[in-house]
Design a protein around this ligand. Structure first.
Ligand code: KG4
Ligand code: ZN
Length: 344
């Protein structure tokens, strides 16, 4: 089955074609970062308008990449939530309408299920069951994954998501949106031993997270160092390093606990923050000690993209699932309400 996947839940327009036999045949991405940068974060209305402008040209582009016409597409998958409602509706309406015009089924995909399955696009994919750490701009969750649609929430952030914390900390030290990659870039040059930020909620049992306290820590540390309102480059780098290490350590401690609690030997990380090099290195060390294995997607498929939606949609469509013509988008959508895929 050959599926065209569409992602428009936030500030990235992604389109891809996934073939259940041949793998990924085309993949195009347009980032709206420049549109939102001057506002310091995503402006929902501008996001919707930009998806409207960019989506169909990207569909044309992936068809050209794959060297095929629309009649070679067997189904359309689009992100139906969670995300910005206006942005979701652009991808859902366009995707559903294309499927109707082409006479093929369509399916609304859960954005976080897309992220969770992205490591399956790589050469050595994990096999079920595994523990998943989902770390994006809107979510930080540890999930027990027994199969597609068989998700048990083990823990989640009680306040800010890890990516959101990166973005807010970045703003405090004068970096642009999105802050995660910028913080990581500065942290590479930072002195990791100068400051020690707390590892929130690691001193008590459980798998929940809290990242909002790290914001206060970042703010106070940077305010103490400002001279005439200006933060020196070295101080920014050292704060970025301390912040990154605190988030990475905290995530690693909870991932280790989740592996021990479930007895599983495979950990996957997905979502924008899983592109973080320091996190990957720290988790590689941890899984080695636990005699477990770590899986992640290439950086392009960690952040929002059409390939993960095409892949997730393809799995559900092959199991006989599809969405009807009355389009439903859900800005909030708990992942543990998804239907399992029953193999038949
Ligand atoms: O998954 P994603 O593209 O969008 C959502 O579904 O939210 O994740 C975006 C988030 C942003 O908060 C961004 O700052 C963060 O992922 N991010 C990173 C890195 N690359 C992206 N955070 C830390 N290090 C990175 N290298
Ligand atoms: Zn995402």
């Amino acid at each position: 089955m050959r599926v065209l996947g569409i992602e428009t839940s936030c500030d990235e327009t992604g389109v891809a074609i996934y073939d259940s036999e041949a793998g990924l045949l085309g993949d195009a991405l347009y980032s709206q970062v420049a549109v939102h940068a001057e506002y310091g974060g995503v402006v929902p209305e501008l996001a919707s308008r930009d998806h409207v402008r960019k989506l169909l040209p990207l569909v044309k582009e992936v068809l050209q990449q794959a060297d095929m016409q629309a009649d070679a597409i067997d189904a359309v998958a689009y992100t139906a939530g969670p995300g910005l409602i206006g942005a979701l509706m652009v991808g859902a309406s366009t995707g559903r309408a294309m499927a109707l015009a082409w006479g093929v089924p369509a399916i609304g995909v859960h954005h976080m299920e897309g992220h969770l399955l992205a490591p399956m696009l790589e050469e050595h994919p994990p096999a079920f069951p595994f523990v998943a750490l989902l770390v994006s701009g809107g979510h930080t969750q540890l999930v027990q994954v027994d199969g597609i649609g068989e998700y048990t929430l083990l823990g989640e952030s009680l306040d800010d998501a890890a990516g959101e914390a990166f973005d807010k900390a970045a703003k405090m030290i004068g970096l642009n949106y999105p802050g995660g990659p910028e913080v990581a870039r500065l942290a590479e040059q930072g002195d990791r031993s100068r400051f020690r930020f707390p590892r929130p909620m690691t001193d008590r049992p459980g798998l929940d997270f809290s990242f909002s306290g790290l914001k206060t820590f970042t703010l106070n540390t940077s305010n103490d160092l400002r001279v005439d309102g200006v933060l020196a480059e070295k101080d920014r780098c050292d704060i970025a390093a301390a912040f990154e290490d605190a988030v990475v350590d905290t995530l690693a401690i909870k991932c280790r606990r989740a592996l021990q609690q479930t007895g599983f030997k495979q950990l996957i990380i997905a979502g924008g923050v899983s592109a973080n090099q320091r996190l990957r290195e720290r988790l590689e060390e941890m899984v080695k000690k636990e005699r477990a294995a770590l899986f992640y997607a290439r950086p392009r498929f960690c952040t929002d993209n059409g390939a993960m939606i095409a892949y997730a949609g393809c799995q559900r469509l092959m199991a006989g699932q599809s969405s009807d013509l009355s389009i439903q988008c859900q800005p909030r959508w708990p992942m543990d309400t998804l239907e399992p895929i029953t193999k038949g």
